[in-house]
Ligand binder design. Structure first.
Ligand code: EMZ
Length: 387
């Protein structure tokens, strides 16, 4: 078994029933496993809603540690569209030349500082640092602020002993409240100030709504981006030839990023709350229960992907749902894609190979399934191309 392999635990259930099941804090989840069903259900926001009690569509549910509604993620159309339209241009800034230049600079510096170090713990010393620094660009705030976020660790709601750590969540909520007050007192060019200055349907956003966008921005792109980076490093450690290919054929890097997102599926699933008695895959589901759209399973569906359990580094047709699907597709995807593209390019330019010394897999317990989503730690050395 290769250490970079992410096995597909859903195959049998996907083929036989199309459905899986898991318990979660007395609010069970029926998991949709087929690509077709996941996409169809993502479209049907009337029967499968996101605008339920804040935290309930997340698996594991965050209802006990969060009251703030994440926006636009926990809204349904048509209201969802009004907020999405407001934030969308901001979250497309990663396409701008200056943003790319700054992100490239950050990633170059970090890879340079990591090259030839005897040992690097890839999550804490590389992926978390990269994610946090890049987030300063997305928020358009000073680079130094990243130090604070790095000190929070890899997940804003999870700690080593608990999947749902209320104390940890409070650190983030207080921090965001403080930043909102600072931006009110002293508006700038940052995301907080832009939101505070915006209107939806002729009304200024409330502080609670601004907080909702900010909590999503901090929480949604943290462990997901960290998993994507760490899994990519692990993959490259076993596929030196891919680094070589990126050097010779940089045009395949964009395909490689999509393929990695498909294969890694950094976010396993996302829930919906059922609004009326209905059926999924011929099984009855009751109103006010939960289903989930299991992106990780859909992304290995052999009905859609040839050689679904392999990374085909230049895969051309790739309708993956790693960034979700339909109107809720990932708001941060443009930023995440740029991080991954620049990372692969920079690694190819500077790194000959990666040695992994030891590692521990991060396994999610999902009822009948166990899924590796990344690592708890990964100790490695990046050997430089130019000696
Ligand atoms: C939520 C979620 C969003 C949730 C796209 O995913 O990501 C999770 O990591 C957070 O815990 O609150 O933001």
């Amino acid at each position: 078994m290769q250490k970079s392999e992410l096995r597909d635990p859903f195959e049998k259930a996907r083929l036989e029933k199309g459905l899986g099941a898991m318990e979660d804090q007395n609010d069970p989840v029926k998991m949709l496993l087929r690509h077709k069903d996941v996409r169809k259900t993502a479209h049907n926001y009337k029967t499968f809603q996101s605008a339920a009690k804040p935290g309930r569509i997340v698996v594991p549910s965050e209802v006990n540690i969060r009251e703030t509604r994440q926006i636009p993620f926990e809204l349904d159309p048509p209201v969802h569209g009004l907020y999405r339209k407001l934030v969308e241009p901001w979250f497309k800034r990663p396409l701008e030349a200056d943003y790319i230049k700054q992100l490239t600079g950050q990633i170059n510096d970090l890879v340079d500082a990591t090259l030839n170090k005897a040992q690097v713990e890839v999550i804490e010393e590389f992926a978390l640092v990269l994610q946090s620094r890049a987030l300063t660009l997305l928020l358009n705030i000073p680079f130094e602020e990243a130090e604070k976020w790095i000190s929070w660790g890899t997940h804003v709601f999870r700690s080593e002993d608990s999947d749902l750590d209320g104390d940890k969540a409070n650190i983030l909520y207080h921090y965001i409240d403080e930043q909102i007050e600072k931006s009110i007192a002293n508006p700038g060019e940052d995301l907080y100030s832009m939101l505070l200055d915006s209107e939806v349907a002729g009304k200024k956003l409330t502080k609670e709504e601004v907080k909702g966008v900010m909590v999503l921005t901090f929480a949604g792109g943290r462990d997901t981006v960290i998993n994507a980076i760490t899994n990519a490093i692990s993959y490259l450690s076993e596929h030196q030839e891919s680094l070589e290919r990126f050097r010779k054929e940089p045009q395949i890097i964009n395909n490689a990023v999509e393929e990695m997102i498909r294969y890694f599926s950094p976010l396993t699933q996302m829930g919906r709350v059922v609004t009326e008695d209905t059926h999924v895959c011929e099984y009855a589901v009751k109103a006010d229960t939960r289903v989930s759209l299991c992106w990780a399973s859909a992304n290995r569906d052999a009905a859609v992907f040839e050689n679904a359990n392999e990374i085909v580094i230049d895969r051309k047709i790739n309708p993956h749902v790693g960034f979700g699907f339909s109107h809720h597709n990932c708001l941060g995807a443009t930023h995440a894609r740029q991080i991954m593209r620049i990372l692969l390019k920079t690694m190819a330019e500077k790194v000959e190979n990666i040695e992994v010394f030891d590692y521990k897999e991060n396994i999610e317990n999902l009822g009948e399934f166990k899924r590796k989503v990344g690592f708890d730690y990964l100790n490695a050395k990046f050997n430089s191309l130019i000696k």
